[in-house]
Design a protein around this ligand. Structure first.
Ligand SMILES: Nc1ncnc2c1ncn2[C@@H]1O[C@H](COP(=O)(O)OP(=O)(O)O)[C@@H](O)[C@H]1O
Ligand SMILES: O=C(CO)[C@@H](O)[C@H](O)COP(=O)(O)O
Length: 476
């Protein structure tokens, strides 16, 4: 019997990745990828070009396709459905002041957390629309429709009416994941009284439509929601994803409403919730530090692994692209604790790994404080390929860390959603049996846990001393 094939797309910040799988088992039979242009504003056509390149020759025989996309990006279309301006991405911080203004104008952090599950920062689409209204009013006047990156790609595939899903919609700042409804009042307020059309929010197993070749297209979702679907998360699981962004999340039965803004109360792609903390600086902290040291990524790992835990006392706050959690959009990175003795390439490499992971350990504490049970961490994303990351993660996270064998979980989750829509079943197909053994990293000893705790405390103290950031104590 020939396998029925489905394809999953991960259109993330730096690239498009594709997996083609057996719809019944999830076994991956083909993969592809293509890069995206650099920068925090990108013409959506570049994603379409990357999609074509990455899928070239791979989609023969595919019956259904699903798209997972970088969250939050603002895609604006005019009344002819032409793109009005390049999309502002989740990591573009120009709308930081707009975010502060909106939070104040609409009742403060607790009103926002209650109405849309999150306190918006510069990443959220709603703040980008406010920035556009204030800074490019003529372009804002032309906007007839607003989509997210995955909505736009899904629409390019079907050519039908634009649609989205609850997971990605929950990152806009004008959708309530608990009421499952848009907040058009919030949208209109933010966008200077304009109320552009929004995509219809589909259910988790709904079809968005068909390609001209008759391939079913599923609703698609945000990249983190797709990863959760690909990993088939269970209670007690938290994911740490080290891509361009660093994210920490898990699936929950109830929505989060964190007034501190550290935890976003997103929806997931199955009808549940996905409390998530996100940093702006993850894998690229490693690549930038490696470049500064004139080292390849594997030399960088060797250097970091040659240093002692604690990096000889160096503390690296890696806010190289500003930061989102903690909310410091204008911050720059800092390195402290330098002495003539500890100023070595080895310690610098190690401090970059520790600093990046400590930001995510703080995210783990934050999602825990908001009700997520964390018994183990599943480490994914490009940065999880680093040997140094694999060695340091169990120390600073303090729980068992596992590395799923398949690397591209966003694309896999998008493919699983496509298989779900194809089967039109109540629950998504279970692909667990086919998921090969996960690589279990050494469980930290008590001494290592204590070391990790000390490293984390030093990071938090440096953060507080430099930026006045206090820890999230979990009050809703
Ligand atoms: N061995 C490695 N060590 C450190 N970083 C790595 C390694 N392999 C890949 N990366 C980095 O991971 C990033 C890509 O990760 P990915 O999860 O695909 O990102 P995104 O989904 O945001 O596009 C790139 O910055 C790449 O340089
Ligand atoms: O903004 C968020 C999460 O809220 C980011 O996680 C983006 O969804 C981009 O993801 P990557 O390209 O880093 O995977």
């Amino acid at each position: 019997m020939t396998a029925e094939l489905v394809a999953g797309i991960d259109s993330s910040t730096q690239s498009t990745k594709v997996v083609v799988c057996d719809a019944r088992t999830g076994e991956i039979v083909r993969t592809g990828r293509a890069p995206h242009p650099d920068g925090t504003e990108v013409a959506p056509a570049a994603w379409w070009d990357a999609f074509q390149e990455a899928t070239g020759g791979l989609l023969d025989g595919v019956r259904a396709i699903g798209v997972g996309g970088q969250q939050h990006g603002m895609v604006t279309l005019d009344e002819n459905n032409d793109v009005v301006r390049p999309a502002l991405l989740w990591n573009d911080t120009r709308s930081a002041q707009a975010a502060l203004d909106l939070v104040e104008e609409l009742g403060g952090p607790s009103a926002w957390a209650k109405s849309v599950g999150s306190v918006p920062v510069a990443s959220f689409t709603v703040t980008k629309l406010r920035w556009l209204a204030e800074n490019e009013p003529k372009l804002a006047d032309r906007v007839a429709r607003v989509l997210l990156p995955h909505d736009w790609l899904t629409w390019k595939l079907t050519g039908g009416d634009p649609v989205t899903d609850r997971g990605d919609a929950s990152g806009t700042g004008y959708f309530s994941p608990t009421d499952n409804a848009y907040r058009l009042d919030v949208l209109s307020h933010a966008f200077g009284g304009r109320t552009p059309e929004l995509p219809t929010v589909l259910g988790p197993a709904d079809a968005a439509g068909y390609t001209p070749d008759g391939v079913l297209v599923s609703a698609g979702t945000g990249d983190n929601m797709a990863a959760a679907l690909g990993l088939e998360l269970k209670p007690g699981d938290a994911v740490v994803s080290l891509g361009t962004s660093g994210t920490v999340f898990g699936v929950a039965e109830t929505g989060a409403a964190d007034v501190s803004g550290e935890v976003a109360g997103f929806a997931d792609a199955t009808g549940r919730f996905l409390p998530l903390a996100c940093t702006l600086n993850a894998a690229r902290v490693l690549t930038a530090t490696a470049a500064m040291l004139g080292a390849t990524l594997s030399e960088f790992d060797r250097l970091a692994l040659a240093a002692e835990p604690g990096a000889g006392g160096l503390t690296f706050l890696p806010y190289l692209d500003g930061e989102r959690t903690p909310n410091l959009p204008g911050a720059t990175g800092s390195l402290s604790g330098l002495t003539r003795d500890n100023m070595t390439p080895e310690n610098l490499a190690r401090s970059a790994v520790e600093g990046m992971l400590c930001g995510l350990a703080a995210g783990l504490d934050a999602v825990r404080a908001h009700g997520l049970d964390v018994q183990r961490v599943l480490l994914i994303g490009g940065g999880a390929q680093s040997r140094a990351v694999r060695a340091v993660a169990p120390l600073v996270f303090g729980v068992p860390v596992q590395l799923p064998e398949v690397a591209e979980y966003v694309a896999l989750g998008a493919a699983r959603q496509a298989a779900w829509a194809l089967a039109s079943s109540a629950e998504p197909p279970s692909w667990q049996e086919n998921q090969k053994l996960r690589l279990e990293l050494d469980e930290p000893t008590e001494a290592q846990r204590a070391e990790g705790h000390r490293i984390q405390q030093r990071h938090l103290e440096a953060r507080e001393a430099a930026y006045g950031v206090r820890r999230n104590l979990g009050e809703d």
